[in-house]
Design a protein around this ligand. Structure first.
Ligand code: SAH
Length: 196
């Protein structure tokens, strides 16, 4: 499947029915998800994949569309129900599991793909438990973080290698009440982390 076709398919997925601010629930936009997945796919790194905090499933489903075997973890049952519906809609098989990334046990994974909470909300767990789990279960991690996180990530995942591979323009439609503007433009960075 070409990148553009992937993007079009992912564009058709439903997002969070009622986003929970504390869980920092926002979906990765389809063009960003397609770009991220394709970067992993062309490197041959999209085979045995885990999506940590899968939300409504865009990354997990996209990986499955590109031929990966995928397990996807999410704490929120409403989001997970939507993710299952989304996978069914596109006719892909993803193993969706309800659980907390901090405590779940997963084996046999090559690559983690994730867009974790950034820690923008005081009550949010932030990205640490996600990075922690990712480096325990996988050799390769594709993950999205706030611009300016590079030195923190490098220190946190030591001795894994960290590479910022893509600066992502993200336009967020108004989805939470505390967003004052209707359209918020922001940037984030896609990192590829490799652990031996
Ligand atoms: N990966 C999705 C969603 C990103 S938003 C996408 O790219 O569109 C971050 C997701 O992490 C939310 O769905 C949130 O519910 C989930 N989450 C937050 N804390 C979690 C935890 N401790 N364990 C599992 N999932 C969690």
């Amino acid at each position: 499947m070409k990148k553009k076709q992937l993007e079009i398919q992912l564009e058709s997925l439903e997002s969070f029915p009622s986003p929970v601010p504390e869980l920092e629930q926002y979906s990765t936009p389809a063009p960003v998800a397609a770009e991220m997945l394709y970067l992993a796919h062309i490197r041959g790194e999209l085979n045995k994949v885990c999506d940590l905090g899968c939300g409504t499933g865009i990354l997990a489903i996209g990986a499955a569309l590109l031929g990966a075997r995928v397990i996807a973890i999410e704490i929120d049952s409403k989001a997970l129900a939507m993710a299952r519906k989304n996978a069914e809609k596109l006719g892909v098989d993803v193993n969706f599991v309800r659980g907390d990334v901090a405590s779940i046990e997963i084996k046999g994974i090559e690559t983690v793909i994730m867009n974790p909470p950034f820690g923008a909300q005081k009550s949010s767990v932030g990205d640490r438990p996600f990075l922690n789990k990712a480096i325990k279960i996988a050799k390769i991690i594709y993950t999205i973080h706030n611009v300016g996180s590079e030195s923190f990530i490098k220190e946190f995942v030591k001795p894994c290698q960290v590479e910022m591979i893509y600066r992502i323009p993200i336009s967020l439609k108004r989805c939470f009440q505390f967003h004052s503007k209707d359209l918020k433009i922001m940037q984030a960075d896609l990192y590829r982390i490799v652990c031996d």
